[in-house]
Design a protein around this ligand. Sequence first.
Ligand code: MSP
Length: 535
Amino acid sequence: MVSTDSSASFYVTTPIYYVNDAPHIGHAYTTVAGDFLTRWHRQRGENVWFLTGVDEHGTKVQRAADAGGVTPQEWVDRLVSTDWLPVLGTVDAANDDFIRTTEVRHIDAVQKFWETVRENGYVYAAPYEGPYCVGCEEFKLAGDLLPGTGEFVGQQVCPVHGRPAEQLSEENWFFKLSAFAEQLITYYEANPEAIQPVSAYNEVMSFLRGGLVDISMSRSSVGWGIPLPWDEKQTVYVWFDALLNYITAVGYGQPADTDAGKLFAQVWPVDVHLVGKDILRFHAVYWPAMLMAAQLPLPKKVFAHGWLLVGGEKMSKTKLTGIPPAQIIDHFGSDAFRYYFLRAIQFGQDGSFSWEDMSARYTAELANGLGNLASRGTAMVNRYCEGKLPAAGVATAAEIALSDHLTAVLAEAEAAMDRLDFSTAIVSVKGFVDAVNMYVTEQEPWVLAKDEANTERLHTVLYTICESLRAMAVLYFPLMPKTMTDLWDQLGAAATIGNIADQRVGDIARWGQLPVGAPVTKGAGLFPRLEEVAE
Ligand code: MSP
């Protein structure tokens, strides 16, 4: 990574995913969002750290392994290598690390963390009796459950999983969560941007104002977990093991003069935890309370995004509604997948996937919009200028309007990315693509090419199209790295300007970067027509 600003660091995490089954597009959605965000920040020249990984302990994984007839360790080893690691390549994620909660670095640090919290006086032994949803791996509170319907009439069910919670009765160690209610309220009142969107902030504040009760931090009946250092018969409650990945993966507990210790000093507190809205409470209540108990700084932001729905319900493997990412990506490609989910769904809201909607947007916005512009522009430079980018003549109002539009688009996209408003950022760039397509239609370079008297004007138009494409390639590179690299090559930018990854966001709107004479080639279409894909 080339960095121009070594002081700024930007640390982003996804949740770590349960390895009870293979990934579906709901999991890929969070990873892609984090990848777009972090690639954008890398493009700004910041020191980015993008972490993702897997959550391997707990009852849910244990039961999946039991059902599969193997040990939990065998189960997770197999699924991580056959599915969870490969899916990162499938969606083209450029994560800096991948944490597994069965790794020694994690286990040691989790034990150290809880030892510290216990020494600080926030852990005590007590019995737990109450409902527990294995799907959520969560001790449920009275208000969390709903009366069951159908086969579950008369029972209390989990609203996310639609199944009855199990009744637990066991000796546990408790975390004194209640001690942090006031501090959390004060913190969030002073830092409202720490939980987004606003609906998530309001949900957390009303939960906190209702008061907090202490919560089990260990399980005596779950063997598949990290043993408590002071009571080896018990394992750390899976969430209080999993949440710690965000610090154990970046060197928490390591000596300050080691690489790991330096990384921790550099990236903590985290800039953004991306989470699904179902796990907001863990991240915005339990996790900061744990950090306070260990006297560590709190996350700068937790952003709760919506769900991908199927038939109006959260897509899930439990309900057999999960679509594997490869099923879509084999057809449309990883860039179109990334584009579609971040453009079509407002980040923070729920959204539904449909093949029809995806095909329609792919055709209209990618193939006909951006892809067609790129192939028309590069083809005309080949046809009229032998593949060498011509020099622009005097700019008219039409060219000045486009370069002004680009300046505005960049400012809008930057502001939207800072708000994690991905779809506004994308729509803003798309507006520029549309404007340049309109410019081509209005300027009619194919008509200009018929009369030599218009050569200078023709060259101005062709230069303007290619220079606009240069800007689009960099603007869209964090979202669609593969196709934008192809476009960059076709424009002759790789050969003349350098690596697309080294281009800085702040420079995008500087007009005139493509040098005259750049070798422009008409390559394969960036977004093949779907009929061609199907053949
Ligand atoms: N293991 C916990 C997280 C621990 S983080 C310290 C967990 N795992 S999970 O695999 O069930 O879900 C993880 C995340 O996957 C969700 O928060 C969300 O980011 C994503 N999604 C899973 N299903 C989803 C949808 N149907 N739609 C959108 N995102 C979804 O919870």
